[in-house]
Write a new protein. Structure first.
Length: 266
């Protein structure tokens, strides 16, 4: 890894434990201005006050809130998109370049790939081009890789999750984001199959704070490097306290019980 990538990754990952809390805020392109992301300045400030390490957003949102508040945050600019209104919502296309992200002050960029989709080959080709550009510029690349398509029956299948993670590694990502496979042992295999940090996605919005915190805790026990979770964080009714609780688990080795107690929950 180039020195440029190492320096920029340290703006996102804790130097002492190589873990991070990333909050994606790129949902507006896919589903519109959803709950929690209507006021972007407020959303970013809440993540900053809570103690997130980075936020992730599309290029146009950077002007609408990033670094508008006290504590600085790492900035990851998302390069690919699709809308849920498309006949091919899982087929992502590039909407930003690495050079644009650098001009915006990004510490890293991210790209989304859905393996198994009918247009998988185009997303893989995009990943190849982006990987080359990030290597040339010394900018870290986070790959969000999911198994989604007509042949996919369960995107949380441990074998598929491991396959997704390996795709990210082999195509040049510096960090890979995949779903949690459901248990510590299977996710440990996912992590062991990678030579880069693995962070978990949040999936569908969960009703239980405890269940969400438990998944985060378990992924760390398996060797994971943290989380990149959106709706389960920014749509939480007490999102500042939730981010503080996540920080306790990820960076201070809290138990789930300690994290819940910090929020006044059981």
């Amino acid at each position: 890894m180039s020195i440029g990538k190492k320096i920029r990754l340290e703006r996102i990952f804790n130097r002492e434990n190589n873990r991070c809390i990333i909050v994606p805020m790129d949902h507006g392109v896919s589903i519109g201005p959803c709950e929690g992301l209507v006021d972007m300045r407020e959303a970013v400030q809440d993540m900053s006050v809570g103690g997130a390490d980075a936020v992730l957003m599309h290029k146009g949102l950077v002007r609408c809130g990033h670094r508008s508040c006290g504590k600085d945050l790492g900035l990851i600019v998302h390069l690919s998109a699709s809308t849920d209104l498309s006949p091919h919502p899982n087929s992502k296309t590039l909407v930003c370049t690495v050079e644009e992200a650098i001009r915006l002050g990004a510490d890293a960029v991210s790209i989304h790939i859905n393996i198994g989709d009918e247009l998988e080959r185009e997303m893989l080709a995009q990943m190849g081009k982006v990987s080359e550009a990030t290597e040339r510029w010394g900018l870290p690349l986070l790959a969000m890789v999911y198994a989604r398509g007509p042949k996919i029956q369960n995107s949380y299948d441990p074998k598929l999750v491991a396959h997704c993670a390996r795709v990210g590694v082999e195509l040049g990502a510096d960090v890979v984001k995949v779903p949690y496979s459901g248990d510590v042992d299977s996710f440990a295999h996912v992590v062991e199959s990678c030579c880069i940090p693995v962070v978990i996605a949040g999936g569908a919005k969960m009703d239980s704070t405890k269940s969400f915190l438990q998944i985060v805790y378990d992924s760390l026990q398996a060797g994971g490097s943290g989380l990149s979770v959106g709706r389960n964080v920014f749509q939480h009714p007490n999102r500042r306290a939730l981010v503080r609780a996540l920080r306790g688990i990820v960076h201070e080795n809290w138990t789930v019980e300690q994290a819940l107690a910090s929020m006044g929950e059981k």
